[in-house]
Design a protein around this ligand. Sequence first.
Ligand SMILES: Cc1cc2nc3c(=O)[nH]c(=O)nc-3n(C[C@H](O)[C@H](O)[C@H](O)COP(=O)(O)OP(=O)(O)OC[C@H]3O[C@@H](n4cnc5c(N)ncnc54)[C@H](O)[C@@H]3O)c2cc1C
Length: 459
Amino acid sequence: MVLAPTPVTTDPEATGMDAWPHVVVVGGGFAGLKLCHSLSHQPVRVTLIDKRNFNLFQPLLYQVASGLVSAADVASPLRQMVGQAPNVRVLLGEVTDIDPDRCELICNDRRIGYDRLVLATGSGSAYFGHEEWRPLAPPMKVLEHAQEIRRRLLTALEEAEQTTDRSRQRYLQTVVVVGAGPAGCELAGSVVEMMQSAIRRDFKRLDPTLCRVVLVDAVQRVLPAMDSGLAAEAAEYLRSQGVVLLLNSMVEGIEAGRVRLRREHSPHQIEAATVCWTAGVRGSSLGKLLAERTGCATDRGGRVEVLADFSLPDHPEIRVVGDTCSYKPPGEERPLPGMAGPAVQMGGWVARDLLAELDGRRAEPFRWFDLGSMAVIGPLWAVADLRGLRFTGFIGWVLWGLAHLAFIPENENRVALLTRWLWQIATRQRPAMLITGRPDQHLEVEVGLEPTPSPASRF
Ligand SMILES: Cc1cc2nc3c(=O)[nH]c(=O)nc-3n(C[C@H](O)[C@H](O)[C@H](O)COP(=O)(O)OP(=O)(O)OC[C@H]3O[C@@H](n4cnc5c(N)ncnc54)[C@H](O)[C@@H]3O)c2cc1C
């Protein structure tokens, strides 16, 4: 038996909207939020379910991890974002099962019926079969991860301030970032700047020359998905800031305070107080569950393979969008990348298609518009590739800043972020250098992945 046996119907209460079709959207991230925005004030009843009560702007998590901005600057309450539309209901809860035969899902031990279901539950971090590394090297997917990375970084600096042993200081001031994609490069660049400026300004005894940020990846170059010229410039900039690049290096083991690598066939190890993981991503486990319930296929990354309208074979009433789906544009070999741009465009298109369905039509076929890619590598320094127009340095940073401010879904956060960035440029100060939270808090929060086995010792 797959579903909880204690059904309680929680379909929307009787309102003037009863005759309207009920669209249930699971996940209020980039894709789900865009979908709800597009369906608000339209003749459909929308129920948005998310296990968090906020939308998270993941691209700026590295700024939370490095103390530049605080949690509220990158998170916006869903009720305030879409819950005020009369036809949109927001429910806090984790969807744990789906019954496609009865068009119901299970959330908070209750059944919720739907006419149309849209799954937009994102993705989670993957450790390539080494889940035991997770407590030692936090990923960067949810707020608690970023706060934990910041807690480890700052706690190590505080301890280093209280020791006279230089080798211990060197260890405490060493950070390893695994994964040289955009998130890893952004984190490494921001952390090295944070450590050096904080040590010069806020600590009396620490030596900035002992700071070491090591960026590790098995690939041959940083930013492998970007243009090779831009990647080379980004690598050069990172090196100039003091980041050590260990490419062609496969992580073989992570133990407390140590990362073991295989580098050009030779073993290599780094002693580091802080290790962060940005290397692996896989689709949300709800996608996998949906595949089990409907018999649809998933790709190697656990993402649900969808048809051209993001529905499932034999289940036109179910759509899957954003990071949870594997969508190949017609004639393309590779699915669209797991990025904010495709997620937003998918969410908007599915909303248009659902509304067209009400009139017995279909929307124009989905066409992905590639806006380009960018990564910010240091203060006032970024690389940007806008459909072949390539920029680096300050111009890249301005473009990066404008693009991110445009994507941030709330005006208040837009203003707050701009203020924080300008303040940091002017003063080099980071207002969110706070040590908060419990050492294990990040282990209990994941974005829809299978539960992580609890480590033996929690405290
Ligand atoms: C550190 C980092 C940096 C990034 N930088 C960039 C960048 O610079 N540019 C870019 O384009 N992309 C970037 N991305 C990728 C981008 O953030 C994702 O592609 C995007 O968030 C995907 O949107 P989504 O709507 O599919 O999922 P998400 O935004 O992840 O939203 C999924 C939502 O589903 C909810 N959920 C999950 N499971 C359940 C459940 N069982 N029940 C209820 N709710 C559930 C979650 O709480 C979450 O709110 C970055 C990602 C990370 C992690």
